[in-house]
Every structure is written in C-alpha cells, then in structure tokens.
Ligand binder design. Sequence first.
Ligand SMILES: Nc1ncnc2c1ncn2[C@@H]1O[C@H](COP(=O)(O)OP(=O)(O)OP(=O)(O)O)[C@@H](O)[C@H]1O
Ligand SMILES: [Mg+2]
Length: 251
Amino acid sequence: MPLLELSNLRKDFGGLRAVDDVSLAVPEGAIIGLIGPNGSGKSTLINLIAGSQDLTAGRVVFAGEDISGYAPDAVYNSGIARGYQEPSLYFKMTVLDNVLLPVKGQRGEKPWYAPRWNSWQGDEAAHARRAIEALEQVQLLQHYATLAADLSGGQMKLLEIARALMGQPKLLLLDEPTAGVAPKLAYEIFQQIARLRDDYGITFLIVEHRLEILFDFVDYVYVMHLGNLLAQGAPADIAEDAALREVYFGD
Ligand SMILES: Nc1ncnc2c1ncn2[C@@H]1O[C@H](COP(=O)(O)OP(=O)(O)OP(=O)(O)O)[C@@H](O)[C@H]1O
Ligand SMILES: [Mg+2]
C-alpha cells in the first residue's frame, strides 16, 4: 500500500480546470518528482493534498486514512508537512523562533500554566533541543539568531524544511525547493533531502523545474500538463520520453 494515494483529483477555479482527474501513488520512503510546464497544476495539486485548497472531486488517502477534505492543520497532524513555492516564514523573527513556533500544545502559552514555569520548563528545553537538531539537519544552526528576512533564498527554503521537521512528518511536500537558488546550494538542498530520507525515512513529493538536479535524486517522476498527468516513469525514461520533450522542452 502506498503511503499517499491520490485518486481522480480535480480542481476547478470557475471555468478553469487546474487539476483534471489526477491519480498517483507515493510509496513510503521514496523521493518522487512532480514536474510540468508553468501553470500545469503542480502547486494546486500540492495545495489539494495539504488541504489549503478544497477538492472539486477525488480522494486523498494517506497512511490508510481518507484525508480528503481535511483542513490544513488536520492534514499536518496526520503526518504531512509542506514547504511553499514562495517561502512562507515569519520574516521578522529569528531562524530559531521560526522553527519553534509550530510546536503544538505549548503549556507556557496558557494563562493558568504561564506563572508555573517549573511545569513547562522541561518541555521548553526539549523543544529547543529538537529545534536545534532540526536546524543542524539542514545546516542552518550557525544562523539560529539571524532574522528570517536576512537569509538567502536557498536558506529560506532550508528553514521551511527545518520547520516542517518539527512536526516529525512522514511525508514532506516541497514546491520548488531550489527556486532562485545558486546551483551549488541547489544541489546541496537535494543532498539534505536524500539524507533526511535515508536517516529518518521521510518520504518526499517534490515539485521542481530544475530537472538536471531533480533527476539525480528522485526514484520516480510524474509529469503534469494542462492539469493532466501526461507521463510517469523512472527519471531516465522520462528524460527520453518524446511526448514530454515536445511539451516540456519544446522539441
Ligand atoms: N487561486 C486560483 N484561482 C484561479 N486560478 C488559479 C488559482 N491558482 C492557480 N490557478 C490557475 O491554475 C492553473 C495551475 O496553476 P498552478 O499554480 O497549480 O501551476 P504550477 O504548475 O504550479 O505552475 P508554476 O510552475 O508556474 O508554479 C494556472 O492556470 C493558474 O493560473
Ligand atoms: Mg507552482
């Protein structure tokens, strides 16, 4: 049974069908690529899985649970975390605070517990240790006190990954993790992703335009075009696919 299974997903924006009858499977422990030209529906598909946009039709099953129609926080609680095409961070807060924010059930925030610091200081220390570990995993720890706004584009993408790790997700959805990033750092971002898969068993579904990097790391690729799935296969086969070359590379 795949970790994530999408069946006949559809999304209409008024008269525009942005996602049209897409079915795909993401096996546990895999790194799966989702590619396609601009406007082909990739980000919309990610939003449908994450619950940040409502499905018009179809079904999302994750770890055996039908999560179709779940709100974003319920999707997150089920074990799916995400990054955004445009980094979505608290830019006026530090790197460390951005990672600490999503921790659930922080007792020190409750008026009743706030003065009883000894009831939650142990939790705080544990959260801080996990945050430090998450920042270490993406090699951002030395920037812990930097404001998110002062990071480079690539570091912002890494910070989103570190923040996502705090939820101990089973599946990470990433939308163009290397957009606007210099080639060397772009390759390093994918090396971090591969390490997270190898060391923690995290499964990845990754939207990416930089195929020369993506194809070095993914196990399998789905290609979207005008809302439809146009092709799928191993990266080497996709690179040779004639129909794909026509829509994607224009030759
Ligand atoms: N909120 C929205 N309202 C209306 N139309 C939308 C909305 N979001 C996306 N679309 C349209 O849906 C189609 C798919 O958009 P989407 O952002 O999913 O494409 P994409 O494959 O992620 O493209 P890119 O590679 O440029 O990021 C496009 O035609 C887009 O204009
Ligand atoms: Mg997009």
